[in-house]
Design a protein around this ligand. Structure first.
Ligand code: MN
Length: 209
């Protein structure tokens, strides 16, 4: 990820706002990227502005090593830093050119772990539906295998040692304008825009370690 150090900036989406139509609508993408993510970025910068000693750490370092952060700044930095990390991952994890199916090595691992792509999809969808309130569902790599996990609010899987491969934002702001309260329909639509190419690249890096 670029722009990984203070001061954080809202880097543009890697595709046009309307590019994910009809699955995710332009207005949602504009508000989600330009307002929701922007707010997390502004608040993270604000939380770090008086702490030059923290400004030399990358976003990942701050999230993975909360003991670096003074106790009275912990909530502001972890919540907003998580909001920045999760949203960037979510946006980069989508593409208008999705092939709707994982590539070679990740595909093999998914079939090995979940029996079939459809079984994986069902379990992922169940997990995303089961997030109570706001949060995310993720496919991660942990302890030598793939795993589906959920996180609440802006908690990030990297603080728990997981390596994320794909993720869906299930906060209502991610789908309410188009799908209203139908998280189920949103998840089905999102499956059409997953960037499996990115996920394969991350997975191949894990295999090379
Ligand atoms: Mn969001």
């Amino acid at each position: 990820m670029e722009n990984n150090y203070y001061p954080f900036e809202n880097t543009p989406l890697p595709y046009a706002y309307e590019a994910l139509e009809p699955f995710i609508d332009e207005k949602t993408m504009r508000l989600h990227h330009d307002r929701h993510l922007q707010t997390y970025i502004n608040n993270l910068n604000k939380a770090l502005e008086d702490f030059p000693s923290l400004q030399r750490f990358s976003l990942e370092q701050l999230l993975k090593c909360p003991m670096l952060i003074p106790p009275n700044k912990k909530d502001a930095i972890l919540n907003n830093g998580g909001g920045v990390y999760n949203h960037r991952f979510f946006f980069e994890n989508m593409t208008p050119q999705s092939q709707n199916y994982p590539y070679e090595n990740l595909n093999k691992a998914i079939i090995h772990q979940f029996k079939s792509f459809d079984c994986f999809k069902n379990e992922f969808k169940r997990t995303a539906l089961s997030v109570f309130g706001s949060g995310y569902a993720w496919l991660v790599f942990y302890n030598g295998r793939l795993k589906i996990v959920k996180t609440s609010n802006q908690n990030t899987p990297i603080t728990m040692g997981f390596i994320p491969l794909i993720c869906i934002d299930v906060w209502e702001h991610a789908y309410y304008l188009k799908h209203y309260n139908m998280r189920n329909d949103y998840i089905d639509d999102w499956f059409n825009v997953i960037n499996w190419n990115n996920a394969e690249n991350i997975y191949n890096k894990i295999l090379k370690r």
